[in-house]
Design a protein. Structure first.
Length: 330
């Protein structure tokens, strides 16, 4: 590990227990005069989103006075399972991702939903939270807010946790996050060594001031977290970034074949940034379309019971400009 990441890891890794005094956290927030929006990107999460909204409300009630989260936003992919109804019934503000910023066409996956949410987030701080967590715990809310409220130098905080992986009766304590382990971390080691100290660089739980999120581009789909890590690093530098240990988080596990495409998204996000930095040539043949960076079909060869198949997925990687440039926010 380069010295930068080693030093950073020592000084900017926190533990949620350092911030478990919710009363003093709320007082600090009031002193700073800040408001907080929690943004939950939602696609077919009717079974989990309600519980998460409840926990956020419960955290607010435990502060004694004042709240930690001022606005709870659910940005829904027009889910067919009743996600929007559940979220609204528990008191979240619900938007369809396709209705926000609709002049930019239909939404392109998670990253686009996150970008569009900035057009309706009113908080000075914006906290993204995945809405598919089953065992959602209060520290996923206050733990992430801890360093950004208490440590003046910190402007961006990423969740860190163990992801138990259950298969065939056995539980591996940290077997989850396979895309993180097999794609993101090796790529960061090679190309963005400053970021190697992050335990869960792709975690969907992170917070920053809205101005920062409004000043960086957003890659769509599953490339979004990779792009944000690289762009935030460039914008504010490693010392203004932090991670906080939140304990254990159980995530829905996806089949390996879907993770293959997610890995491809991560690789494309890194490749796109490398190219913009002049560290990667465009294509082997300059006369070919710039497929790696725009439209790109993912060809996936698999052996099925019916024989060998070459499956083709259309994966469009769209980059949204800093939302500040297309919208007056804040
Ligand atoms: N609005 C919206 N949310 C999405 C979309 N895709 C995923 N999500 C949500 O984003 C969060 C993380 O997605 P998930 O598929 O679990 O990714 P993973 O946790 O990185 O494997 C969950 O709350 C999903 O419901 C999408 O296309 N639109
Ligand atoms: Mg998930």
């Amino acid at each position: 590990m380069p010295v930068d990441a080693v030093e950073w890891f020592k000084h900017r890794s926190y533990d949620y227990r350092q911030f478990s005094d919710l009363g003093s956290l709320a007082r600090r927030k009031r002193e700073l005069g800040l408001t907080v929006s929690a943004v939950l990107p939602c696609r077919n999460v009717a079974d989990t989103v309600g519980g998460i909204v409840d926990v956020i409300h419960a955290v607010n009630e435990q502060t004694g006075e004042g709240v930690l989260v001022d606005q709870i936003l659910a940005v829904d992919a027009d889910s067919a399972d009743g996600t929007a109804e559940v979220a609204a019934s528990r008191g979240a503000e619900v938007y369809s991702e396709n209705e926000l910023m609709s002049n930019h066409g239909g939404a392109h996956g998670k990253g686009d939903a996150m970008w569009r949410s900035l057009s309706v987030a009113r908080g000075d701080l914006v906290m993204y939270i995945d809405a598919d967590t089953r065992d959602f715990k209060p520290q996923l809310v206050y733990g992430i807010l801890g360093p950004i409220l208490e440590v003046p130098e910190v402007r961006f905080v990423k969740a860190a946790y163990r992801r138990p992986f259950k298969s065939h009766e056995t539980v591996e304590q940290d077997g989850g996050g396979r895309v993180t382990e097999l794609s993101t971390k090796p790529l960061f080691n090679l190309f963005y060594p400053e970021l190697t100290g992050f335990v869960q660089p792709l975690a969907g739980e992170f917070v920053a001031d809205k101005d920062l999120f409004s000043s960086i581009p957003f890659l769509t789909g599953y490339a979004v977290e990779t792009g944000i890590m690289i762009d935030v690093l460039k914008m504010i530098g490693l010392d203004a970034m932090a991670q906080v240990d939140l304990g254990t988080r159980q995530n829905r596990h996806q089949p390996l074949r879907d993770l293959s495409r997610m890995s491809y998204s991560v690789l494309r996000a890194v490749a796109r940034r490398l190219r913009q930095e002049g560290r990667l040539n465009q294509t082997r043949d300059p006369s070919l379309p710039d497929s790696l960076f725009q439209f790109s079909n993912y060809l996936h060869a698999v052996a099925t019971p019916e024989g060998l198949q070459l499956q083709e997925y259309v994966e469009e990687l769209v980059e949204r400009p800093p939302i500040k440039e297309v919208l007056r926010v804040g």
